[in-house]
Design a protein around this ligand. Structure first.
Ligand SMILES: *Cc1c(COP(=O)(O)O)cnc(C)c1O
Length: 856
């Protein structure tokens, strides 16, 4: 029989243990082992059956059983202690409150963080990969630091798919329906008890109504919009059905709900709770970019200013983070689709559709006029932007230089903040315990404490490492068995699974999504060579591999199948496993259990990568291509760099070369170090590298470092800029920009004279420069005339440049003006300079702000 309707009966907790409800509904339990232990101790079997989900666990107790807990004074006292601890965590002043004190309150009172996915815990499967996990770690660390972030996202009815394998190793996807009532979230209600909603107008006169749910992530609220509302037509109801699913129009509606709907949800939140409106809006990747359009519309409507003036206010307070150097990874829509949405009934009040189209136009050489580009719009709507590692910053500046014609890539105003990971989520509790035993609780609070890892005795460190490896082996055997049962094997055929993997063999992990650039199958390049590494009699390796392919990506699925076929071979299947359904729960056992974390992307397409950071924090050593974060922090001693064949254009040959280098490294460097034991049976040289990994990377790879960097480098300045660009200032700035754009074609460097340098210039000589600049209708104070000097190559390209402004000295009529300055020759060798003119305004965050420059 099938039910005609389903609903979830929520548990009612007796008064004495009612705080269990608060503890279950604040996701801090997901990174706080004592709270998890409190739940687990209620009934370990049921805790396992409930997959470590406190809400599901509580639902498994009958009312009498709960009454029994409430009558147990010891248990009640434990609940009370946990509640008090949570209360202290939520209210005590933390890093941000001290920062606020030191700066006399010159910090934002609220920062909205928009992301299409959030990976917080396996219990709330609202993520597909790195971007979502990073967003989850961002919120958790913001909570730990007391940074007043509020998250904004979507609630997907199906979450991301569960992966399994067919008999033939082909990826199969299941989309289990999530019932919001069974998730650790709560719906927002109006004071009169009716559900609070936000409404959007869609093209063609349709409407989209969304519920708003809230997840509580420690101190940070996360608002999630959900289109599953009875007032919607069927298609509108399905807008938030699944992550990145469906047609272009479906994605447009998702992003509309996230961006435009997200701002409306924030206003709703302020109205219901009295929370301040955000001072800063952070767009985590292009998907959420429409938030800027809604804010322009709000300002135009409320302040009766022009779109340009509103744009200035929006830009000042917006931060945009780009996450991918893969052009195909950039989010783009057909221009017609955007045109249809933002004209007619779907138009945003006060914002003409032409202005919307302009913001996302690829108006640079090589751009496609039929396309609306969300990343480009993100950059135009944000005064501050960043990539997610230093190398990715360089690549992004090159990738988007077309938006700043006339500027060198180095001057493109996209900075970088390297990603980090949330240690309490990703460090195995046994590793944390070990560190705390010798270093004290500082290890979880102070980044620098990681540097003291030397104090942990080798014996203990190795014992914990073995324990973690052995747990992974157990977990992998369980998963391999379950997978084979699903693939149609009978338990009788599966005896061999009990000897899959070995808790004393060097374990190499590789887990990530399966886009082509990550090269899942590089290790299979020479199968015989791999086989001999796996089966080496004295120095074997074992490989644990996982990863999901995008459901629509046949190529990725084929790669998985190739790998599975290899791993199925009877001669190697005890040394190499593919574990289906990579997710947070698997990751939390996998990273700690691997001795070596392998990453072999095609450089430079890995924007940052974070799994290797999680491995490092558990004492794993990275073996990786110098891409993303590893390019920045590999120091020769904290792991291994796989040499890249950059510049080899034949992709097959490049793969051959890089795979060969990988096999060589494993054979000559990695395995000898792991298997060489001293008299006490310990691999001391290996452990020295583990220690060095902890001390060199520990302080850097933390999400708390990342969130502190965002706060100081981007949030605080954006908040200040947002406040200083009030209505009048924004009007003035937008008029300035219009005037400069109009007058700029007349600007020219007419003539440059230098004096003071002899025929044989020496270090210390001074050079006086005099430049005549035609300004047309512009005033000298509208511009910055600069001399850019530095080393010069044989082809006259300047490098290592220094920029110095020249001062206006006299007008020579006809809108022409003389600028002058002196520069000192500080270095020997070839030297060159050039003169250029830029617009200048104190409201600019970068000299490239307007994208205008005239070079001599
Ligand atoms: C950390 C993590 C990722 C991202 O790892 P990358 O190294 O960036 O590929 C993906 N999925 C899960 C489950 C993770 O924990």
């Amino acid at each position: 029989m099938r039910a005609i309707r389903r609903f979830t009966v929520r548990t009612v907790l007796p008064e004495a243990i009612a705080a269990l409800g608060d503890l279950a509904n604040n996701l801090r339990w997901s990174w706080h082992p004592p709270t998890r232990e409190l739940f687990a101790a209620m009934d370990r079997k049921r805790w396992e059956a409930a997959r470590h989900d406190p809400i599901a666990l509580l639902g498994r107790f009958a009312p009498e059983e709960l009454e029994a807990f409430a009558a147990d004074p010891e248990f009640v006292a434990r609940v009370e202690a946990a509640r008090a601890d949570l209360e202290a965590y939520l209210t005590e002043p933390r890093w941000y409150q001290k920062l606020s004190e030191r700066t006399d309150g010159a910090v934002p009172s609220s920062i909205a963080y928009f992301s299409p996915e959030f990976g917080i815990t396996a219990v709330l499967p609202q993520y597909s990969g790195g971007l979502g996990i990073l967003a989850g770690d961002h919120l958790k660390s913001a909570s730990d630091l007391g940074v007043p972030v509020i998250g904004v996202g979507l609630l997907y009815q199906y979450g991301y798919f569960k992966q399994s394998l067919t008999r033939d190793g082909w990826q199969h996807e299941d989309y289990p329906v999530l019932d919001p009532n069974e998730l650790p979230i709560s719906m927002l209600f109006e004071a009169d008890g009716s559900p609070a909603t936000v409404t959007l107008a869609l093209a063609g006169g349709r409407t989209l109504v969304a519920h708003v749910w809230k997840a509580q992530v420690g101190r940070v609220p996360l608002l999630l919009l959900d289109s599953n509302h009875q007032a919607n037509d069927e298609a509108a109801r399905a807008v938030t059905d699944r992550l990145y699913g469906g047609s272009s129009e479906h994605r447009l509606h998702q992003e509309l709900l996230l961006g435009v709907g997200g701002v409306r949800a924030l206003r709703l939140w302020s109205r219901l709770t009295g929370a301040p409106a955000p001072d800063v809006y952070h767009t985590n990747e292009g998907h959420a970019g429409f938030l800027g359009l809604e804010r322009i519309s709000e300002i135009v409507t409320a302040e009766r200013v022009s779109v340009d003036a509103a744009l200035e206010q929006v830009r000042a307070a917006t931060v945009f983070t780009t996450h991918t150097p893969v052009p195909a990874g950039i989010d783009r829509f057909g221009r017609d689709l955007v045109l249809a949405q933002f004209s007619g009934p779907g138009a945003l009040p006060g914002l003409p559709v032409e202005r919307v189209l302009e913001l996302g136009a690829e108006s640079y050489p090589g751009g496609d006029p039929a396309v609306f580009n969300m990343a480009v719009m993100g950059l135009r709507l944000a005064q501050r932007a960043n990539g997610v590692s230093q190398l990715h910053g360089v690549v992004s500046r090159g990738m988007f230089v077309g938006l700043w014609p006339g500027f060198d890539p180095g001057e493109v105003p996209i900075t970088s903040i390297t990603n980090g990971v949330h240690a309490p989520t990703w460090v195995d509790p046994r590793m944390t315990e070990l560190a705390e035993k010798y270093i004290g609780p500082a290890i979880t609070e102070q980044a620098r404490a990681w540097e003291q890892i030397e104090q942990v005795p080798a014996q203990d460190l190795w014992a914990v490492r073995r324990q973690l490896r052995s747990d992974l082996v157990d977990d992998a055997r369980r998963r391999v068995r379950a997978s084979w049962v699903k693939r149609g094997a009978s338990p009788a055929e599966l005896g061999w699974v009990d000897s899959v993997l070995d808790p004393d063999v060097l374990t190499i992990g590789f887990a990530r999504r399966v886009p082509t650039y990550k090269r899942l199958t590089l290790m299979l390049r020479d199968p015989d060579r791999l086989r001999s590494l796996l089966l080496s009699p004295d120095r074997p390796i074992q490989l644990v591999i996982a990863g999901k392919s995008h459901p629509a990506d046949e190529t990725g699925k084929r790669l998985i199948q190739q790998l599975v076929h290899f791993a199925d071979s009877a001669d190697v299947r005890h040394r190499i496993v593919f574990l289906p359904n990579y997710d947070i729960a698997m990751a939390q056992v996998l990273y700690p259990g691997c001795d070596v974390w392998l990453n072999n992307p095609l450089r430079p397409f890995e924007a940052c990568g974070t799994s290797g950071m999680k491995s490092a924090l558990n004492g794993g050593l990275n073996l990786s291509i110098l891409d993303g974060w590893w390019d920045e922090w590999y120091d020769g001693e904290n792991g291994w760099a796989i040499p890249t064949a950059d510049g080899v254009t034949d992709p097959d040959r490049r793969d051959d070369l890089e795979a060969a280098a990988l096999y060589d490294l494993i054979e000559r460097e990695v395995t000898p170090r792991f298997y060489t034991r001293d008299d006490d049976g310990l691999p001391h040289r290996w452990l020295a590298m583990v220690r060095h990994t902890f001390s060199s990377l520990g302080p850097k790879v933390l999400a708390s470092r990342m969130v502190a960097d965002y706060t100081r480098q981007l949030y605080v300045p954006a908040s200040a800029a947002g406040h200083s660009v009030g209505k009048e200032r924004a009007v003035e700035l937008s008029k300035f920009k219009t005037r400069l754009r109009a007058g700029w074609p007349a600007v020219r460097v007419e003539h440059v004279d230098s004096s003071g340098v002899s025929a044989a210039p020496q270090v210390g000589d001074e050079l006086t420069l005099r430049a005549v600049v035609a300004l047309g209708s512009l005033a000298p104070s509208d511009v910055d005339v600069q001399v850019v000097h530095g080393r010069v190559s044989p082809s006259d390209t300047l490098t290592d440049t220094v920029v110095q402004s020249l001062a206006p000295v006299e007008s020579v009529g006809d809108g022409r003006q003389v600028f002058e300055g002196t520069l000192r020759l500080r270095r020997t060798g070839p030297f060159g300079y050039t003169v250029r003119v830029l617009p200048a305004h104190e409201g600019f965050a970068s000299p490239a702000e307007l994208g205008l420059v005239t070079n001599a």
